[in-house]
Write a protein that binds this ligand. Structure first.
Ligand code: GLY
Length: 393
């Protein structure tokens, strides 16, 4: 009788623990990468015939919206294909990645905004890394030189946008991401101009964009003649003083990347301060996918931004490699929750739905009522990157 009771008790215990046991991260990562490859193969079937266009998002009816290569997100779709080729080693995906990457080449001459780094490094940069294709180097070097034309020596920064809204020389936190192209160009060419511009931009941004709590302003605008600060404001956040979520993630990613590329301790310290601000923020939800702004007035009903969560996860996984075992554990813990959340049906679309994008629920520009609660190529790009980074830890 005693034995029967024990077996019954153990069976119940087994059933309860297997129901509540979390899926291992390795399974989540592989399932998500396999799903992403399937979803993007459907996307590529659609995009093949769209000559020089790139996917951007979907409209209210769920119909695909495309963009020309000049839109700032053009490099992310080819970048997703390169990452999926890296994962799968599938020659078909490689051919598609090459075909789509070529659509972005003309952007190497872009000098009217700072986004050339996003456009070219995610597409041609990944292509070069994975294939060694020599012709991609010229594209990247030309693009890096184009980006340098926007460096303003009296400010110490690369100008992000043209003058607008009373801003003479607006510099946005997002611009940190474009420095990766310059660091590549420095290593490739040996020309220290690229290095000096990247470090000057990162140092000036560290000094002027961040508040004492290590949150960042979105836009800092400078006087073009004196180099003095003329405004600290926002374009995409809730208010000038708020912490726009994707901007915080760009900052975290940017300083982590600059530490990797330069080995300068000040960038590691900055990245850790930003990470600690974000992971300890009282408005970071339990699933660790940020609201579109950490200070959105309608929290907890505010829209989430999966792109901010994906960029943050990818950055935290990289940062975890450079810090103490205690900090590593804290950063990876948050990144794991973020990947679990993004990989769940709450954020991952069903096959063939969502315009064939992977993630749901991102926000482009809420104050401009543009791309609110939609899929976005950069959410997918940094999600797939984060999955691969975690897999390669
Ligand atoms: N760089 C533009 C954005 O993050 O929306």
């Amino acid at each position: 009788m005693k034995n029967k009771f024990l077996i019954f008790f153990l069976t119940i215990l087994f059933v309860i623990t297997s129901c509540t046991r979390e899926k291992p991260m390795s399974k989540i990562i592989d399932e998500s990468l396999v799903f992403s490859a399937k979803q993007y193969s459907l996307m590529t079937d659609v995009m093949k015939d769209k000559s020089d266009l790139l996917p951007r998002t979907i409209d209210a009816e769920g119909k695909l919206i495309t963009s020309k290569s000049s839109w700032w997100t053009s490099g992310f779709y080819p970048g997703c294909l390169w990452y999926l080729y890296e994962y799968s080693n599938d020659p078909k995906i490689k051919e598609e990645a090459k075909m789509i990457t070529a659509r972005v080449e003309r952007e190497k001459y872009t000098t009217n905004n700072h986004d050339v780094g996003f456009m070219l490094y995610c597409s041609f940069g990944n292509g070069l890394r994975l294939t060694g294709e020599e012709s991609y180097k010229e594209v990247l070097l030309t693009g890096a030189r184009s980006l340098c034309t926007r460096f303003r020596p009296n400010v110490g920064c690369i100008q992000s946008w043209g003058s607008r809204k009373g801003w003479q020389c607006p510099v946005i936190i997002d611009n940190m991401m474009n420095l990766e192209l310059l660091m590549w160009a420095f290593k490739e060419s040996g020309d220290s101009t690229f290095y000096r511009i990247a470090v000057s931009h990162a140092d000036t941004t560290m000094k002027n964009h961040f508040r004492p709590d290590y949150s960042t302003f979105h836009v800092v605008s400078y006087d073009t003649i004196t180099g003095n600060i003329e405004a600290k404001q926002t374009a995409q956040g809730y208010s000038d003083g708020s912490a726009w979520s994707r901007g915080q993630s760009w900052g975290l990613y940017g300083y982590t990347m600059m530490y990797r590329e330069t080995g300068l301790d000040r960038y590691l310290t900055q990245a850790q301060h930003i990470a600690d601000f974000l992971i300890n923020h009282p408005n970071l939800p339990e699933d660790k996918i940020p609201y579109w702004d950490y200070n959105a007035p309608d929290i907890p009903d505010a829209k989430r931004d999966a792109s901010a969560g994906a960029i943050m996860a990818s950055a935290l996984i990289e940062l975890s490699k450079y810090v103490s075992p205690e900090a590593r554990q804290r950063y990876l813990h948050v990144a794991e929750i973020q990947l679990r959340s993004l990989a769940s049906p709450a954020y991952t679309a069903k096959l063939g739905e969502n315009g064939n994008f992977v993630l749901l629920h991102s926000v482009g520009t809420l104050p401009g009522k543009s791309e609110v609660d939609v899929p976005l190529t950069y959410a997918d790009y940094y999600f797939i990157e984060a999955l691969l980074r975690y897999k390669n830890l």
